[in-house]
Write a protein that binds this ligand. Structure first.
Ligand SMILES: Nc1ncnc2c1ncn2[C@@H]1O[C@H](COP(=O)(O)OP(=O)(O)O)[C@@H](O)[C@H]1O
Ligand SMILES: [Mg+2]
Length: 252
């Protein structure tokens, strides 16, 4: 379980997260949704300790991020951040091998090469393996970065808007892969997603964050209804039932 307890975060005098407490059960996909500026990226970065936690606690099982050694945390949780301006001349294969660093500490073994090869296949990157990141489209680069996260082989995976830049085909392929990798490896995957229909179709639970606070949480079928969409997104939309899932009609 991921336990977020009483987490607050300020930037200057601006309050970004306000005494947020949330338990994310182990196993499965949790979709973190909420309006722009709600604090989703801030929360994920605190969860991955990309910035220090000033108030509260975040724990993975019994490991408190305040006291976990960096080398241990790197084998516990991996993150895809929202902003990725990687312009260095590194190939996709080398990037994925870099994701293995917590395991090989700079001396890759056969097992590391095997994991990288598998990730290239899982994320349909074989054709780009020897290309530099600078030579890829935005969506191809995004898939390479996600593949790197999975090469870390951590039980907890945090993905901030992984669907960014992906075309419809690759967005659905990615959700299928996330579902498969999460289920087969017993992972706890937390992803920020704006497309509520992707959350409805693929996530086990949805957490809505608003103004730095937990607005509500639940299963997609329980949570998604016109009232919730109106209250938390100011969105006037119909909600249909389609193949046992909720389908939000929000484009017209
Ligand atoms: N470096 C920063 N300096 C000042 N304000 C920031 C900074 N980073 C984020 N914020 C503010 O914090 C709030 C939450 O941002 P963020 O966590 O990125 O939201 P979300 O990911 O939900 O869109 C926003 O109001 C944003 O403007
Ligand atoms: Mg964000």
């Amino acid at each position: 379980m991921i336990s977020i307890e009483n987490v607050s975060h300020h930037i200057g005098s601006q309050r970004i997260l306000n005494r947020l407490s949330l338990d994310i059960p182990a196993g499965g996909i949790t979709a973190l949704v909420g309006p722009n500026g709600a604090g989703k990226s801030t929360l994920l970065s605190l969860m991955a300790r990309l910035q220090p936690l000033s108030d509260g606690h975040i724990r993975y099982g019994s490991q408190d991020t305040r006291s976990t050694a960096s080398s241990e945390l790197a084998r516990t949780v991996a993150i895809l951040t929202q902003e990725n301006n990687i312009h260095s001349r590194i190939t996709v294969r080398d990037l994925l091998m870099f994701g293995r660093y917590p395991h090989h500490q700079g001396r890759p073994q056969a097992e590391d090469s095997r994991v990288v090869a598998q990730a290239l296949q899982d994320f349909q990157l074989q054709a780009f393996a020897e290309r530099y990141l600078t030579e890829l489209s935005g969506g191809q680069r995004q898939r390479a970065l996600i593949a790197m996260v999975f090469c870390q082989q951590t039980p907890y995976v945090l993905l901030d808007e992984p669907l960014n830049n992906l075309d419809m085909f690759h967005a659905r392929e990615l959700m299928r892969q996330l579902r498969r990798l999460t289920d087969q490896n017993g992972l706890t995957t937390v992803m920020v997603v704006h497309d509520i229909n992707m959350a409805a179709a693929w996530a086990d639970r949805i957490v809505i964050l608003q103004d730095g606070e937990l607005a509500c949480q639940g299963s997609p079928n329980d949570l998604i209804n016109p009232d919730i969409l109106q209250r938390h997104f100011g969105l006037d939309a119909d909600v249909l039932d389609y193949q046992g899932k909720k389908l939000v009609v929000h484009h017209v």
